[in-house]
Design a protein. Structure first.
Length: 390
């Protein structure tokens, strides 16, 4: 089987699975699950792999809702396809992970059908907890990407882009401790932990005036007291601190923590803080691989633009950590009209609509074609390694 024959076979395979892939996408959309709780998604996706004859490892790498399936046809390049499937609180699949999962599944199954003839290896990875849980980070530490030559996935958006402006992020939880007192009879005996949190919030707001343009700090109050007539003795907050790179993030973090400590000191309280899991790193773009994705997208009638023209489409992902370990792509595929932002209810509605369905099938075909190109084009694989090395 030559490359042209393989590409035709991929398209036929994906399109023959249209009903199955869209059913999975819709079912995931209707049953959103939070990070590390994706049991329905895990069962559906692993069952689909097993039904297709693949040997699938469920609960892989010590994570209940992770999985891995490997199909090897020889000693050619090993390519990993990542499936995400966790959702967001309240707004469900407003990031479109139902599409990511279904497209990744379709691409993996199609590539598996031609792996033996082309001598390559495809690894289909179920990667839970992207929305704050860092599933891929744990999987990296536990060997999921050992021996992988390239990794890929496709993410829904309001445009077709060859990558994503993904910056580094670290999550922090903090708790302020004060002294309870009767708010009317003896307020002078109290030390208000809510005031400490409010003061810290204001401090961070002032810090925001003096950080880089690609840095972001945002937080919420998760506890503010128990009753209005009792001086709050405890309050808590959750924060995301973002910066352009992991290195610059490390420089911003102590400035941010100083804001929390100052709020506690000013109100006679104390503060405990904990950085949650490992930070998400910035996404390393591999031009040669991104360009091949764009070329394959053109065969599906999609015009892929450079991510540098959409710097406003900013966020963070644990795929960034993967991109520091192996050459990776994280392209964006249009499922919504321009201007409809991800992580909104409006976007969630599009991820199970006709444009979202088209993205499942197109995404699967484009990813599978890119896998085959890595298997068949030694010059491309060499260029990818060279770009990554730089």
């Amino acid at each position: 089987m030559n490359r042209a024959e393989a590409l035709d076979a991929l398209t036929t395979d994906v399109e023959s699975r249209t009903g199955q892939l869209l059913d999975i996408s819709h079912e995931l959309h209707a049953n959103p699950e939070l990070c590390y709780e994706e049991y329905v998604a895990h069962e559906m996706l692993t069952n689909a792999l097993a039904d297709a004859g693949l040997d699938v490892e469920r609960g892989a790498f010590g994570l209940d809702t992770a999985f891995r399936a490997v199909v090897s046809g020889g000693d050619g390049p090993t390519v990993a396809i990542c499936c995400e499937y966790d959702a967001l609180p309240q707004i469900g699949h407003a990031c479109g992970h139902n599409i990511i999962a279904a497209a990744g599944l379709g691409a993996g199954l199609a590539a598996a059908q031609v792996a033996e003839q082309l001598g390559g290896t495809v690894v289909i990875l179920g990667t839970p907890a992207e929305e704050g849980g860092g599933g891929k980070i744990l999987m990296i530490e536990r060997g999921a990407f050992d021996g992988v030559d390239a990794a890929m996935m496709v993410h829904p958006a309001d445009a077709d882009l060859d990558s994503f402006h993904a910056i580094a992020v670290h999550e922090l939880h903090c708790e302020f401790h004060g002294e309870a007192a009767h708010a009317a009879a003896a307020p002078h005996r109290g030390r208000n932990a809510l005031d400490a949190a409010v003061s810290a919030y204001v401090n961070v707001a002032m810090l925001r005036q003096h950080i880089e343009s690609n840095e972001r700090i945002h937080g919420i109050f998760t506890h503010g007291g128990d009753k209005p007539n009792v001086v709050p003795h405890r309050s808590s907050m959750a924060w995301y601190v973002r910066s352009g790179t992991a290195e610059s993030l490390r420089e911003l973090e102590p400035r941010f923590v100083d804001c929390l400590v100052a709020g506690a000191t000013a109100t006679g309280c104390t503060v405990d803080h904990e950085w949650v899991s490992a930070p998400y790193e910035d996404l390393v773009v591999v031009p040669s691989l991104a360009e091949r994705y764009a070329a394959n997208a053109a065969t599906r009638g999609r015009h892929v633009e450079s991510w540098t023209g959409r710097m406003d489409l900013m966020g963070s992902t644990d795929m960034g950590n993967v991109s520091h370990v192996v050459p990776s792509i994280h392209p964006m595929i249009a499922v919504a009209p321009p201007g409809v932002a991800i992580h909104t209810q409006a976007f969630a509605e599009h991820t199970a609509a006709p444009a979202g369905d088209r993205a499942v099938i197109d995404g699967a075909v484009i990813l599978a074609r890119t896998v085959v190109d890595l298997w068949c084009d030694a010059e491309l694989m060499s260029a990818v390694r060279g770009d990554f090395g730089e």
